[in-house]
Ligand binder design. Structure first.
Ligand SMILES: Cc1ncc(COP(=O)(O)O)c(C=O)c1O
Length: 386
C-alpha cells in the first residue's frame, strides 16, 4: 500500500504540460525553467578531462575540499560574507539539499512556513518529512514581497522553519535586505530556522541581491549550478548549514546521498571561475526577454501589477479572460502552440494566474507573443472560452 505521504505528493504540473507539449514539434516552451544557454566551454572541458583522468569514484559526502573552498570564496567575493567551508555540503543539485535541511530540522507534525505563491515542489518536500505546511499569502500589489507581520502571525510554538526563496519562482520577486533581515528576526524569536533558496542568485535585473548569510549564520542556504551556470542536468548544488547543524547534515548526506558526482564537482570549480562579464551578458539577455514579455502581457490586457525583478518567470493574472487558468493554459497550448504553466501549481493564491518563463530565446518568445496576440483577437472576452 502506498504511504500517506506518497499519496499526498502532488504532480508537478509544469512537467505534465511539458510532456503534453512534447507531443507536438511546433510548441514554444514558456512552461519550464530550463535555461537555454550552454555552460561555459571550460566547464565542459574540465568535466571531460576529470572523467578521463578517472575521477569516477565516490568523494567525501560533504564534497571535494577544492569545490567547498571555491563556494566559500564566492560568498566573500559577491557579498563580503565569510563562510567556513566546513559549513558547506555539496549535493547533487540543490533539491537534495532541501531534503537534508528539512530532515535535519522537522519532526512529524512540525510547522514549516512558506509563501503562497511558492515553488511548486516545496509543499511536497514538507509532506515527505511529514511536516505541517503553513502559508503566508503574497500580493502582486506588494510586488510579491512577504509582509513581515504576516510571517510573525503564521509562526507558532510548533514552527521549525521559514522556507524562503529569492529571486522567487514563480513571481520573479527579489527579497529586499531589510525584509530578509526582519524575517531572520521572526525565525529567531520563534526558535525556528530560515531555509533560504538562493538558486536564482545572479539573475536579478533591477534589484540588489542579498544572501541571508549577511544577516545570520543560523540559516540554511540552498544554491547550485542549475540556473546561473545553465547546468540543470549536471545535478550539482550545495547547502550551507548553520554551525550547529553541520554534523547532522553530514550524517544525513552520507546515508541518503553518498556524494555528488566526482568529476562534476571539478566542473563546478571551473564554473565558479566563469568571467563575470560572461555572466553579466547572460543576465542582460534575460532582462531583455523579461521586458519583451512584460510589454506583451500588458498588450494582452492582462494584469501583472508588479515588475518581476529576477529569476526568469512572471505571474500573469488571467481572471479577466473567459474560463479558468487551466482552460486558458490548454487553449494556449492547443490553439496557439504555446506551453505555459497554470498558476495552481504554485499555490491557491496563484489559481487565477499563468506562469510564463522567459528561459527561451527572444525569437521564440516573439513568435509566442504573436501567436497569443492572434489567438486573443479571436476570443470573445465576455463569452465562454471556446
Ligand atoms: C525555486 C527553485 N528551487 C530549486 C529548484 C531545483 O533546482 P536544482 O536543479 O538545483 O535541484 C528549482 C528548479 O526549477 C527552483 O525553481
Amino acid at each position: 500500500m502506498v504511504s500517506r505521504r506518497g499519496t499526498e505528493v502532488s504532480p508537478f504540473l509544469a512537467m505534465d504540460v511539458l510532456e503534453r507539449a512534447s507531443e507536438r514539434s511546433d510548441v514554444i516552451h514558456l512552461e519550464v525553467g530550463e535555461p537555454d544557454f550552454a555552460p561555459p566551454d571550460r566547464v565542459v572541458d574540465t568535466a571531460v578531462e576529470s572523467l578521463r583522468a578517472g575521477n569516477t569514484n565516490y568523494t567525501a559526502a560533504r564534497g571535494k575540499p577544492a569545490l567547498r573552498r571555491a563556494i566559500a570564496a564566492r560568498y566573500d567575493r559577491e557579498y563580503g560574507v565569510t563562510v567556513d567551508p566546513d559549513r558547506i555540503v555539496v549535493t547533487p543539485g540543490s533539491s537534495p539539499g532541501l531534503l537534508l535541511a528539512l530532515a535535519a530540522v522537522v519532526d512529524p507534525g512540525d510547522g514549516v512556513v512558506l509563501t503562497d505563491p511558492h515553488y511548486a515542489c516545496y509543499p511536497n518536500f514538507v509532506r515527505t518529512v511529514s511536516g505541517r505546511i503553513e502559508t503566508v499569502p503574497l500580493r502582486a500589489a506588494d510586488g510579491y514581497q512577504p509582509r513581515v507581520d504576516a510571517f510573525a502571525a503564521a509562526v507558532d510554538a510548533s514552527t521549525r522553519a521559514l522556507l524562503l526563496n529569492s529571486p522567487a519562482n514563480p513571481t520573479g520577486a527579489v527579497l529586499d535586505g531589510d525584509t530578509l533581515d526582519s524575517l531572520v528576526g521572526v525565525a529567531s524569536d520563534a526558535d525556528a530556522v530560515p531555509i533560504v533558496d538562493e538558486i536564482y542568485h545572479g539573475l536579478s535585473y533591477d534589484a540588489e541581491e542579498h544572501t541571508v548569510l549577511e544577516y545570520t549564520d543560523d540559516a540554511f542556504v540552498l544554491d547550485g549550478f542549475s540556473k546561473r551556470y545553465a547546468m540543470t542536468g549536471w545535478r550539482l548544488g550545495w547547502l550551507v548549514a548553520p554551525p550547529d547543524y553541520v554534523d547532522v547534515i553530514n550524517r544525513l548526506a552520507q546515508n541518503l546521498l553518498i556524494c555528488a558526482p566526482n568529476f562534476v564537482q571539478d566542473a563546478g570549480v571551473a564554473a565558479l571561475e566563469t568571467p563575470p562579464a560572461r555572466l553579466d551578458a547572460i543576465r542582460d539577455t534575460y532582462r531583455e526577454r523579461r521586458d519583451l514579455l512584460v510589454d506583451a502581457v500588458s498588450d494582452w490586457g492582462l494584469d501583472l501589477g508588479y515588475t518581476p525583478q529576477g529569476a526568469y518567470y512572471l505571474l500573469a493574472d488571467v481572471s479577466d479572460l473567459p474560463g479558468d487558468a487551466m482552460e486558458i493554459a490548454d487553449l494556449f497550448l492547443e490553439e496557439a502552440g504555446v506551453a505555459v504553466t497554470p498558476g495552481i501549481d504554485f499555490g491557491d493564491e496563484a489559481a487565477d494566474y499563468l506562469r510564463l518563463s522567459y528561459a527561451t530565446d527572444a525569437a521564440a518568445i516573439e513568435t509566442a507573443i504573436e501567436r497569443i496576440d492572434r489567438l486573443l483577437e479571436t476570443v470573445d472576452r465576455s463569452g465562454p472560452i471556446r
